[in-house]
Design a protein around this ligand. Sequence first.
Ligand code: NG6
Ligand code: CA
Length: 517
Amino acid sequence: MHRYSNHMKLSRILLLLLAALAHTQVSAAEKPNIIVVMADDLGYGDLSCYGADSFKTPHIDRLAAEGIRFTSGYCSASTCTPTRYSFLTGNYAFRKKGTGIAPPNSPAIIQPGTETIASLLRSVGYKTAVIGKWHLGLGGPKGPDWNNELKPGPLEIGFDFCHLLPTTNDRVPQVYVRNHRVLNLDPKDPLWVGNKSPGPEHWTGKSHRHLLKMDWTHGHNATIHNGISRIGFYTGGLSARFRDEDLADKWVDQSVDFMTKNKDRPFFLFFSSHDIHVPRIPHERFRGATTLGYRGDCIIQLDWCVGELMKALDRLKIAEKTMIVFCSDNGPVMDDGYKDDALEKLGGHRAGGPFSGGKYSVFEGGTRTPFITRWKGRIKPGVSDEVVCTIDLPTSFAKLTGARLKNDACVDSLDVMGALLGRKGAKGRDHLVQQDNGRGNNYGFRVGNWKLQRHDSKRTRNLVVEQKLANRPVDQYQLFDLAADPGETRNVIGANPQVAKRLQARLQKILDDGRSR
Ligand code: NG6
Ligand code: CA
């Protein structure tokens, strides 16, 4: 009896200890609202807080002044689909086939059951939404069934709500997808989307080029909508179609609505802007806002959107309960298929800042992009040189909010929350793999200030973004010292064979291991 009660006492104490431990873990978790603003094709040098001096971006500058501006903030790929895939899943896109730039009729790329930043946050009580560009496919293996339920999609991988541009706006169709349906679709006028012309009478950017309000330079010459020809063909769904000019307003309206409805509970909003992707068609009120043409004007439109989100946070009195991450999905590009004078009106503006390359390339300009965090009253404003990447957001936010992260999920997503919050002495990544669209099998590998480039395709792309695409043959491996040469102009592999060997082996190991967390 005596021994029994001693045993009871001991287990009671143990239980109490466990409960206390669990309690400290729970109370250690913080659940701010989280807004990730992802710009499209915005380069390192495209904001005045990052050195642009041909125009001003006052709202994003204010975000940076009230938070941390990262000088080594990255997205994980130099095109859209792989970066977005990695941001949501925490897995490098090169590990999975079919994660390159998605075509108009792409099926859902992220399968239900995959852990995502949204499912993780939802598991700890967040209301989750994606508003804006999706470009990760919709529907089962046969692709989207545009006139019926569009499933699977965001709602099957952790989002409670979505209001989407299904692909990217230079691709068909120009309709919104709200949750599982094309919005405002009249069943009597079904939407058809395909990659072949429906017939010789169908007007295209080739057959009716003289009617276009913005001409194309390469590709983008199929179905015409709103005076602009696109990639891919479609017919019908006229009542569902939007004007390019109104996208930014729509994202803001929908987002403010979502924030207002959920102001009293933690929410996660993925604000996925289409600015400044082609076709760059700013709203009429932003035209001429810069001397750079529509590419510059779209930056001002993006800046306005960020300002509206911040105003809404202030109005709802939740700015101090909300952490914002501002980032981009890949580096800059000038001519991406339309004659919008981006290059002609560029002047002295350097879209990639001090870096070479841009969209499609593994030079720093392809993935080193604006990256800002703000949490009023919690983050001490400043500038950070720590290496952080959009792929790190799932794990970092899981750790912050106490979401349980399975070992086999988010396998390349590291906890860099300390760096994102600017905690003293907190480190970012010690290495990062950068990829292009995936098809060319080109990698960048940053370790400290060393940068290894591996070109399995034996060609570089988009070397100088301020000029036309410059392709040239290269050695498979090149090594650069980013501290001395941020523009990656001097290959120092000959003088540093041991460093190169070490980095080559480490990169290969990351590719072979199937995970890096
Ligand atoms: C390319 C398109 C380019 C753009 C890009 C996707 C051509 C010739 N080029 O294939 O215009 O749409 O895909 O951009 O069609 S991204 O930012 O969404 O990855
Ligand atoms: Ca993009």
